[in-house]
Design a protein around this ligand. Structure first.
Ligand SMILES: N[C@@H](CCC(=O)N[C@@H](CS)C(=O)NCC(=O)O)C(=O)O
Length: 212
């Protein structure tokens, strides 16, 4: 019998969604185990799986893995199904670059600042900070501009769904749930066209946690 796959994570996490999309694209059956890293009890349990207390964490049999880029890379290599990275060197490098940009420069302004404070907190009945939203909107164009250049080049972010898109879709989707975020994205033509082309794909829809 094949080793069981379990994805530990928070339902609304954008990183969790990236891992969920990679598993779906490969057609891997798995179980989701809900753990909220923002809640003290959830975080305490999580520390046994990830010393940084973040989600998602993947378990495949006795193998435990955290960091979403490592997870989507492992899922791509460990399971049958369509490859999630381009075979060609330059396109593969661009995919890796998108994943890096998303983690290092896009997540905080797009998600932690604009989405969390402008959409998620108010939807959950908590106070969001207008200053934090404004700061996210101020900083976001740098990451969006970098991604725009990559989308315009077209080696990745060109309509297919692979690892780069698994990482970027959740961030752009969350950002666009805020009116000012959606408006800002329209100013980045290639990135907007990319998003319009993939947003209704079945794997994108099925992974949507119903954010805000
Ligand atoms: N670099 C990590 C980031 C994961 C991450 O930040 N996850 C968020 C949820 S979207 C989290 O667990 N946050 C908990 C916290 O910030 O304490 C990865 O790629 O997995």
């Amino acid at each position: 019998m094949a080793d069981a796959v379990t994805l530990h994570g928070y339902h609304f996490s954008v990183y969790m969604r990236a891992a969920r999309m990679a598993l779906a694209l490969k057609g891997v059956p798995y179980t989701e185990h809900e753990v909220n890293p923002f809640d003290e009890a959830g975080r305490a349990g999580l520390m046994a799986l990830n010393p940084f207390g973040r989600v998602p964490v993947l378990q495949h049999g006795a193998f435990t893995l955290y960091e979403t880029a490592a997870i989507t890379g492992y899922v791509d290599r460990a399971f049958e199904g369509p490859p999630l990275m381009p075979a060609e060197a330059k396109a593969a490098a661009r995919a890796a670059q998108v994943i890096g940009i998303v983690d290092a420069y896009a997540y905080v302004p797009l998600v932690r600042q604009v989405f969390s404070h402008g959409v998620f907190r108010p939807a959950e009945g908590h106070q969001g900070s207008a200053e934090v939203v404004a700061e996210g909107l101020r900083v976001a164009p740098r990451a969006l501009g970098a991604l725009e250049a990559i989308a315009a080049e077209g080696l990745v972010l060109s309509g297919g769904l692979g690892r780069a898109e698994c990482h970027l879709v959740p961030m752009v989707d969350a950002f666009c749930r805020h009116e000012a975020g959606a408006e800002m994205l329209e100013g980045f033509a290639a990135l907007s066209a990319w998003w319009a082309g993939v947003r209704d794909a079945p794997v994108v829809k099925a992974s949507d946690p119903g954010l805000g």
